[in-house]
Design a binder for this molecule. Structure first.
Ligand SMILES: Nc1ncnc2c1ncn2[C@@H]1O[C@H](COP(=O)(O)OP(=O)(O)O)[C@@H](O)[C@H]1O
Ligand SMILES: [Mg+2]
Ligand SMILES: [Zn+2]
Length: 478
């Protein structure tokens, strides 16, 4: 027996089998029951959501030999002919192929004849927005004086391209993408009918990847069954979709939580050497971080991170997103992503804003510190407070750089001396910095020498330095 694609084989035969589209189905069923069928409908929505399918079910409901019913029998000659597409009173017109002029002309003649076999003649005009202006005008005349026993269904993926004159004479239904869990249920039903083994996780991935299209999900499932040699397992679905194996993702997130820079870098190396697309990987990581942030903020609970990570995670997301925007357009994204990982080193040294804030308050409330120590101490205090405010507006990376920079208040202006590599980062935010220092700011980039004195540092830094041919800019004891 020839292999039949799942989408075809499992095309809904009645309203009950339609997935999602609850309000469309409910309204149509009520109209049929109450004998209030409109003579013209617009079915609007993206491809593969069931516009053609529902049109055919409606045709059956109106022409089933058992009578007009929201539950057509599916077995009578009319129902089976409609199912096969050979029912003489159902006209399927593809406006995309010849833009419909001839079809609409013959339609105008045709509408005056009585149905051949059924009660209603149904005209399904697919991609109706592609009709020419003449075709629309011809159609409009028909819609203005609708002869009885004719139903028009205009299916379109681009509702806004249907002229208002037409729209005002039709009842419009919007077909919406089903939820991922509805898609998953649909896939599960097919697999169970087919007696095909599957893993739940694999179905999650397929449902996610089909982005709301039922037909796409069924086609993906066809491929997954072939690819997995008769079963649908996570590993082959990951491969099919070009996804990164979950272990890489989980390990990376774990290392991220522990700020284990070396192992994060090693994962990017491994992915590259095994031929995975680092952009896909980075996107998956960013999606997880985003989900975690949303969950932490809304539900106060997430899968990997805790409340105490929230502040850091916001910086991570800023850095990682920026890297993604650069990396995806860059021939060697690995360098960009590794640099982003390296930047997390700064976060490790960041004092939390709350901590700074609390310190700031304490210092200003302590009379012994603010008063007798005079001008020098007062100035330092202002700079600290300014950095705190700058950090809030310009981001933690900027305040981290400022905290380590040498800042001189020269009365008329302020000089900030930083490593030359960090100069641009500060220049980008100079407006904000000047606002809080309250005077013009000069940023000087300096070659800052690595300290000779040998210091303990972790091997992650060594690895990173070697990877980037870098050098240490600042060093802070933990
Ligand atoms: N809402 C739905 N419920 C169940 N299956 C659907 C649904 N929408 C689409 N499908 C599946 O996708 C295939 C194509 O659907 P179709 O009705 O032609 O979509 P459209 O006309 O909106 O592009 C159908 O054969 C069916 O298997
Ligand atoms: Mg269609
Ligand atoms: Zn029937």
């Amino acid at each position: 027996m020839a292999y039949e694609a799942f989408a075809r084989k499992y095309r809904p035969k009645n309203f009950e089998q339609v997935i999602g589209q609850e309000s469309v189905v409910k309204t149509l069923k009520n109209a049929i029951e109450l004998d209030r069928i409109s003579h013209a409908y617009i079915f609007a929505g993206s491809r593969g959501l069931g516009k053609t399918t529902v049109s055919r079910i409606l045709t059956k409901a109106l022409n089933c030999e058992k009578g007009i019913t929201p539950q057509p029998c599916g077995n009578c000659e009319n129902c089976t002919d409609i199912e096969k597409g050979s029912f003489p009173d159902m006209y399927e017109i593809d406006a995309a192929s010849n833009r419909g002029i001839d079809d609409i002309r013959s339609l105008r003649d045709n509408v005056n004849y009585a149905p051949i076999k059924g009660r209603y003649k149904v005209y399904i005009i697919d991609e109706a927005h592609m009709l020419t202006r003449e075709a629309f005008n011809a159609l409009l005349k028909t819609l203005e004086e609708p002869p009885p026993h004719n139903i028009f269904i205009l299916a379109t993926t681009e509702l806004h391209k249907i002229p208002d004159t037409i729209r005002s004479r039709c009842q419009t239904f919007i077909f919406r993408p089903p939820t991922t869990s509805q898609i998953k249920e649909y896939l599960k039903r097919i697999l169970e009918e087919e007696n095909i083994e599957y893993e739940e996780k694999a179905l999650d991935l397929l449902a996610d990847a089909s982005e709301g299209g039922i037909r796409d999900s069924a086609s993906l499932l066809d491929q997954a069954v072939t690819f997995g040699r008769g079963k649908v397992d996570t590993k082959s679905v990951e491969q099919l979709l070009g996804l990164i194996p979950e272990t890489f993702i989980k390990d990376f997130i774990t290392h991220l939580k522990e700020k284990n820079i070396k192992d994060m870098i090693l994962i990017t190396e491994k992915l590259e050497s095994e031929g995975y697309d680092l952009n896909v990987f980075w996107k998956q990581i960013n999606d997880i971080i985003h989900k975690e942030l949303v969950n932490l903020s809304i539900n106060e609970k997430a899968s990997f991170f805790d409340q105490k990570d929230l502040e850091d995670l916001i910086y991570v997301q800023t850095i990682f997103n920026k890297a993604f925007n650069e990396g995806r357009n860059f021939s060697n994204p690995k360098h960009i992503y590794q640099l982003a990982i390296l930047k997390l080193k700064y976060i490790k040294n960041l004092v939390s804003l709350r901590e700074i804030y609390e310190k700031g308050i304490k210092i200003s409330k302590d009379p012994q510190k603010t008063q007798p120590e005079g001008k020098e101490e007062k100035k330092r205090l202002d700079i600290q407070t300014a950095i705190l405010k700058i950090g809030k507006e310009a981001g933690g990376v900027v305040s981290a750089i400022l905290k380590k920079a040498s800042i001189k208040d020269e009365d008329q202006y302020v000089t900030i001396i930083v490593d030359k590599n960090l100069k641009d980062t500060l220049e980008d935010k100079i407006k904000i910095i000047e606002k809080y220092f309250g005077k013009p700011v000069k940023i000087e980039g300096k070659e800052i020498k690595q300290e000779k004195k040998s210091k303990k540092r972790d091997e992650a830094v060594d690895k990173v330095l070697e990877l980037f041919k870098g050098k240490i800019i600042t060093y802070k004891e933990e």
